[in-house]
Design a protein around this ligand. Structure first.
Ligand code: MRU
Length: 365
């Protein structure tokens, strides 16, 4: 995507090859600042603190982090411990483990002296593939949005799309997942308007709003609890979200609050779609509720709110006494029965047909 007219990815190798550059997402939407990560510990810290966030992006960052760790300790023990430390930074999105496993598989047969460079190249391939996958799934999603907009029967009436969290280009290497569809539909001239859930407690909706504003897509920020009300009034034509882990049966684990949106969509006959790159599908998990580890990010994210103070400086304020008991599960599971379709780089499938989409040869464009 473009920042100030310049094509930009969310993560890039530094020119001297010492590490990677990335956007500091903790400072958005107020400030566009970058970070330089030059060792695995810095990558771990950036993922934990969510300066680097979004399922596909943390996978790519983790892969680069593993490559950097191998520069210091490339024997089998070094490989295993760096893999484990990086994988533990955030447990729910399967992309991180998927990317780390892929790098490990690539380098394990090599001599230790060859591992760091091979891991670095593999991380670069994962990043490039992420861009291609998200572009492809966005094209399928954009056709769906165009079809639904035509179905409204009034060419000028914008399609009202509701999204939750941030499934945009900064959550991936480029294009995004749910927002890749939105961007491509908008660029093709489909009239669209996006309802953007605030997405407490981390407020990733503000990142979505920042992205949509930069791309010129009409949007409105809403409180998380507003979606059901808007659906009852016919003001939402479809819901489209990203995902952190999807099972072969089409259960969708995504940012906390997604399930409630799916329930409201089901009750109001609003189609609910998840945009899912294949590395987000966990083919092993059978029972999403029992098996997917749900990250608990601690109560301070609920008790405190960050923003800018009157002088425009970053500040945090307490909105609850520090001893207020708080629970902060970061993700939830939307059962497949509430999901209309899953948008992938291979096309769009009903949840029950997801596995078939990946066992059949890819359809020609
Ligand atoms: O906790 P986050 O901000 O990393 O969670 C991100 C989400 O839940 C996104 O919706 C998901 O990763 C899809 S991103 C393309």
């Amino acid at each position: 995507m473009k920042i100030h007219g310049e094509p930009t990815r969310s993560i890039w190798p530094l020119p001297d090859g010492s590490g990677v550059g990335t956007i500091d997402q903790a400072r958005l939407p107020h400030r566009l600042a970058t970070l330089e990560l030059r060792d695995a510990a810095a990558v771990e810290q950036a993922i934990r603190s969510m300066q680097v966030r979004g399922a596909p992006l943390i996978g790519v960052a983790g892969a680069y982090g593993l490559a950097m760790a191998l520069r210091a300790h490339a024997d089998d023990a070094g490989l295993a411990s760096a893999h484990q430390r990086l994988a533990e930074t955030r447990p729910t999105a399967v992309n991180l483990r998927w990317a780390l496993d892929r790098v490990r598989r690539r380098v394990a047969p090599l001599a230790p002296g060859e591992r760091a460079a091979a891991a670095w190249d593999e991380a670069g391939r994962i990043a490039d593939e992420d861009v291609a996958i998200n572009h492809a799934l966005g094209a399928h999603g954009a056709r769906l949005l165009a079809e639904r907009q035509r179905g409204l029967g009034r060419p000028e009436r914008p399609l009202n799309v509701l999204t939750h969290c941030n499934a945009g280009w900064i959550a991936t290497v480029d294009y995004g997942t749910a927002l890749s569809a939105v961007y491509q539909a908008h660029d093709a001239g489909v009239p669209l308007h996006v309802w953007v859930d605030e997405t407490r407690p981390r407020n990733q909706g503000l990142l979505t709003a920042w992205e949509l504003a930069a791309h010129g897509v009409p949007y409105t920020l809403i409180a998380d609890n507003a979606g059901g009300h808007l659906m009852q009034r016919g003001q939402v034509d479809m819901v489209i979200v990203g995902a952190d882990r999807v099972t072969r049966h089409g259960d969708v684990c995504n940012k906390i609050g997604t399930y409630l949106k799916a329930l409201a969509a089901h009750d109001n006959g609003v189609p609910f779609y998840a945009a899912v790159p294949s590395p987000t599908i966990d083919w092993q998990v059978r029972d999403a509720l029992a098996e997917i580890p749900i990250e608990d990010r601690g109560g301070d994210e609920l008790r405190r709110v960050g923003g800018l103070d009157a002088q425009g400086q970053p500040a945090q304020v307490a909105i609850a006494p520090p001893d207020t008991p708080a629970a902060n599960p970061a993700f939830d599971v939307t059962p497949a029965r509430l999901v209309t379709g899953i948008i992938t780089e291979r096309g769009i499938a009903a949840p029950s047909a997801l596995a078939a989409l990946f066992t059949q040869p890819a359809a020609a464009e």
